[in-house]
Ligand binder design. Sequence first.
Ligand code: AMP
Length: 483
Amino acid sequence: MTFEELPLANPLQRAIRAANYEKPTPIQEKAIPSLLDGKDLLGIAQTGTGKTAAFALPILQRLLDSGKFRSPKTCRALILLPTRELAIQVEECFRLYAKFTAISTACIFGGVSDVSQKRNLMRGIDVLVATPGRLLDLITQKAISLKNLEFFVLDEADRMLDMGFIHDIRKVVSMLPNSRQNLFFSATMPQNISDLAATILRPNPVRVEVAPQSTPIERIYQELYRIDKRRKGALLKELLCSHEDMKKVLVFTRTKHGADKVVRVLEKAKIKSAAIHGNKSQNRRQEALGNFKTEQIRVLVATDIAARGIDVDDVSHVFNYDLPNEPETFVHRIGRTARAGKDGVAISFCAPDEEEDLRNIEKLTRVKIPEGDQSIYDKLPPPQKETPESEARNNRGRVPKRSGEEVKRSNQENKNQWKKQKGFFKPQKQQEQQEQKTVSTSAIAEDLNHRKIGKNRPGSRARRRMREEAARQAQMEKGLSKN
Ligand code: AMP
């Protein structure tokens, strides 16, 4: 099948040609005709299969056909996604396919100011791509209403549930008008996901299932370096400095802290790099990703969670700076290279305590990863002994597990420290003096008592009165004792 054979309007056909799509992917072939007929769709597909175009093109076609117009503060199609990165990516696709039409698109997500998002919604929008939290927020603020919605797409449903969005989804669905076309996509379809799909889709939806376009592992050239944790940075630096062909490099670390550390090492060596992880602001993440896509930076360092669903073409090398605990994650990581018939290289670092992870990976992939160039070890600084601090830091970014008893003791210690700082405990002598004082300064004693027994303390005005009263009494006592 070709795109020309699909009943898509000229502006859409032009956009497809401009995007250099030669022929529809399997999911597009299966989904587009049914969606153009107005049917609901249940899609089991992952990112990378071309599923965005599979739902975007028919939605755009039907929006063009309907002859309706958007009204202020409403949208006609809503695409709900779990993360900001995915929302931005999907909106970019809609914008690309709609660029020769007058259809408007907008993207709303949390973590940034809502001012410009609200401004965009004022005149109404045809296609709104949103994450659930910010959407509900803007609905509450009456910046957007879903009353005119014609198309509803729930994308990455399994991940939505993983991330705890189920209540938000239910809330959004309860606000949708009854007559609408629904599309539901998920990479997996366990019982809870199909139950959710049943509450959203009309009966007998078209079911489309496509296997992910996985990269055959044999096409990826792999290398392994056995190295202690403290010299991984030096090894990465050495490899990057000695191989100019490593142009678009994706480095995976296990922790956010680890990702930042790698960037610091590379920056010192004047290798342009940036990190993306959950602690980075949305703008910083988008900037890093954009710079990586346009090759303004050579290395992008990412944690697995941050890299989820991010689509970057032409990654030349993938580094497993830390080996993942789950072998499936390894397959997913190295599949970022050698895409679309191109070659790719995956280089893995294995520290002594990661040997078991390596064994599991080799077992799953049924590939024995060959060791890399051994002469590189001569160029590295000699191994350093681990200190208890570095051990603790290296402990995969996790604080070592403590027993219940230890946790209790440390909580008590913290509590005591806090009490000491707040003056609940006084040294012995001071306490005796305090006790003497309490006879005369009853107001202060009462205040202290309040604190000790954890009652609400009196307000500041009452405390001031109590202090004044205590001072007056002390003055009187002084006067009496003088006399
Ligand atoms: P998606 O699964 O929607 O995230 O798409 C993955 C990638 O495939 C995106 O970069 C799309 O631009 C690209 N793509 C989608 N449809 C086609 C097609 N028919 N031919 C070539 N590339 C496509």
